[in-house]
Write a new protein. Structure first.
Length: 385
């Protein structure tokens, strides 16, 4: 599932500078402009900054920029005026040019313009290596399905595997709750912006996942929620994992989309068998005859997967004490950057102290943030954790 945009090579071939990240965020606020179109603008004009100041006539000549999109661009340019970046912040978001973004996510047919995240940043490390397991299923499961999802989430957590799901009603929630009870690391891929909770009664669960694990959404804060967003998150869940467990779902279910994607990409696919008479399991049961592995016991799943990246003795950064995390920084340049940071510093202060351009420092600051060694604050400020 490799993206078809030829200009995508421009967008993802190297790490972006701090200003390139800001331009991408700014342009992504234009309704109707997707990944392919933004890459096209980048290639045609040499940079998104140059595209921003291009005359209206030149933008109108770009294939795919019709009257509606052109009007949206003009409206945004007028709103932003002489300070286009305004209050834009590049923290808590991964963009196509960020090395921390998992390669399978970049290679999707429809890559996300951005991935906003909240929670334990070090969890991006196992996700970049595809070391997580997705548990998916129906919003209206049987008691058997709920118990199975909870048990699977708990068993994966105890074995050191991050548990990916969509924080939806039913199977998703049960898998996350089982993971949380076992002290694991749940990863919720949302169909809503991070500042929205759906369903509303999952407010406490969403907060717990953010605190103990990670929340991810390709929807910008404050954006409108559309029905298609919930289906679109399936491709992200599959792009972040090495295996998918389908617990229970009817013949018309978004979970089947995730199963088809996993199967098509050669990922391991397990299905929890259920009563053939149950409509809630008709879709998942069909995968058993298609070749998916039946999951009869959680011990079988763990035996096949082995210990996860967060298991005791793992070299992963998640859960390390500050002293052990500091010793894990092997690069002398990163050690010098942390030393210059002191108790806190701005990007400008770090640039002056180290004699390096801000564009060189931004990717390293992001990597150290994801490793849990520092935290970003408003105004391009960082502090050690």
């Amino acid at each position: 599932m490799v993206g078809s945009c030829r200009a995508g090579r421009v967008c993802g071939s190297r790490a972006w500078s701090a200003q390139e990240r800001l331009w991408w965020l700014l342009w992504s606020a234009v309704p109707g402009l997707g990944y392919t179109r933004l890459c096209q603008l980048w290639e045609l004009f040499g940079s998104l900054g140059a595209a921003w100041v291009a005359p209206r006539q030149r933008l109108a000549a770009v294939p795919g920029i019709g009257p509606t999109r052109l009007a949206a661009i003009e409206q945004l340019r007028q709103q932003r005026g002489n300070d286009p970046f305004g209050s834009l912040r590049c923290t808590g978001v991964l963009l196509p040019g960020d090395r921390a973004l998992p390669a399978p996510v970049k290679a999707l047919d429809q890559p996300p313009l951005h991935l906003y995240w909240k929670g334990q940043g070090p969890l991006w490390s196992p996700l970049r290596r595809g070391q997580a397991v997705a548990v998916v299923g129906t919003r209206r499961p049987s008691l058997h399905g709920l118990q199975a999802a909870s048990a699977i989430g708990g068993a994966l957590a105890q074995a050191g595997w991050p548990v990916v799901s969509g924080l939806a009603e039913g199977i998703d929630a049960a898998a996350h709750q089982g993971c949380l009870r076992a002290g694991g690391r749940p990863i919720g891929v949302l169909g809503t912006p991070l500042d929205r909770v759906y369903p509303s009664h999952h407010a406490r669960l969403q907060q717990q996942v953010a605190s103990q694990g990670l929340l991810i959404s390709e929807q910008a804060p404050g954006s409108r929620v559309r029905a298609g967003h919930f289906a679109a998150r399936n491709r992200l869940q599959v792009a972040l994992v090495c295996a998918v467990v389908l617990v229970e779902c009817p013949e018309a279910s978004g979970a089947l989309h995730a199963a088809r994607l996993a199967w098509g990409q050669g990922l391991r696919l397990w299905v929890v068998p259920a009563d053939a008479a149950k409509p809630s399991a008709a879709g998942s049961n069909r995968w058993l005859s298609a070749g998916a592995a039946p999951l009869l016991a959680t011990s079988d799943l763990i035996a096949a997967l082995g210990p996860g990246p967060l298991a005791a003795g793992s070299t992963g950064a998640v859960g390390l004490t500050p002293a052990r995390r500091s010793s894990a920084v092997a690069s002398p340049a990163d050690q010098a950057l942390l030393a210059a940071l002191g108790s806190g510093a701005s990007l400008e202060q770090l640039s002056l102290h180290l004699g390096q351009a801000a564009a060189q420092l931004m990717p390293r600051l992001l990597a150290l943030e994801l490793a849990g060694l520092l935290r970003a604050e408003p105004g391009l400020q960082w502090r050690p954790t």
